[in-house]
Design a protein around this ligand. Structure first.
Ligand SMILES: *[C@@H]1O[C@H](CO)[C@@H](O)[C@H](O)[C@H]1NC(C)=O
Length: 297
């Protein structure tokens, strides 16, 4: 059972996490174009869109607009690096879904996939812990046109939420767009149309504002210095993770904190989850103050 420690969630990361640690050297290699083939131009330029902070006494999640179907229906989703599929409330959900719902009968490009499934989420939206399957969605597979930040692709696999547990009813957004490390759905389609395979999230406390998603690049107005790109450790699969040799809290560390661990970067939650031992040490070191600085290297 993990205890939760909250920090100010100001972080920004791209295809590889922006480290704050040691500068790394990146080996660049030149490649020659195979004879006779023309160099292909990148077909799509990066696009940014503003994100709204879901604030409920504290910053919980950040969400932005997508549009689905023909004609487009605007829905809001959390861009979640901790999952890999697109799912949103649909009119099939009825009163169990309190959010803005997608009506597939109004889309001429909608194709029903006919499969049903469910997802149970492992990290809560913030103040409430995950207990058993209290964050569970029931889904139906489908395909339709999806647009994000003005970039559009047809025939994107997605899931309609046909039922959800009551925990989702406080959500001011309709669904979740998975942004796991193996590109899928709309993002994979945009990359195959020529969008650079990179995205950035700038998520800030409400007082700072200006949260943003950039697809296909970074927004230089959101950071200073040069981003450090780190490779995912082998075996990471679709998980955004880095190996960490230790944690320090307000510049101090202890034997419990100075242990190798894997850190997962999950933009779908504002919680930091640790084992009980580690969480207890962090909490004691912070004297339970909300805005201690927790860093890892
Ligand atoms: C999201 O879409 C709605 C409805 O079209 C629009 O009113 C709103 O301005 C959009 N929000 C952002 C942040 O673009």
């Amino acid at each position: 059972m993990a205890l939760l420690v909250r920090i100010l969630p100001v972080f920004c990361y791209a295809l590889a996490a922006l480290g704050q640690a040691v500068p790394q050297t990146i080996q660049l290699q030149s490649r020659s174009t195979p004879g006779g083939s023309a160099l292909r131009r990148r077909a799509l330029s990066p696009a940014s869109e503003p994100l709204t902070d879901f604030f409920l006494g504290t910053d919980l999640q950040w969400f932005g607009n997508i549009s689905v179907g023909t004609p487009p229906q605007v829905l809001t989703v959390v861009f979640d690096t901790g999952s890999s599929t697109l799912e949103f409330a649909s009119t099939l959900c009825g009163t169990a879904c309190s959010q803005v719902k997608f009506d597939s009968t109004k889309s001429t490009t909608f194709v029903d996939g006919g499969r049903t499934s469910s997802i149970t989420f492992a990290t809560g939206v913030g103040v409430d812990p995950v207990i058993g399957s209290n964050y569970k969605l029931t889904l139906r597979s489908a395909k339709d046109t999806v647009s994000v930040g003005g970039l559009s692709a047809k025939g994107i696999s997605l899931f309609l939420i046909t039922s959800q547990t009551a925990k989702f009813n406080i959500d001011p957004f309709s669904g979740i767009q998975g942004m796991a490390a193996t590109a899928s759905g709309i993002f994979a389609a945009l990359v195959s149309q020529g969008l650079p395979s990179l995205f950035s999230l700038y998520v800030t406390p409400k007082a700072v504002g200006n949260a943003e998603l950039t697809l296909g690049g970074t927004d230089p107005s959101k950071f200073t210095g040069t981003p450090v790109f780190a490779s995912l450790p082998s075996g990471s699969g679709s998980t955004w993770q880095l190996d960490s040799p230790g944690i320090s809290v307000n510049g101090k560390t202890t034997s419990v904190l100075k242990t190798s661990r894997t850190i997962i970067f999950d933009s779908g939650t504002s919680n930091i989850l640790f084992s009980t031992d580690t969480a207890n040490v962090c909490a004691l070191s912070l004297s339970m103050k909300a805005d201690g600085v927790l860093t890892w290297t």
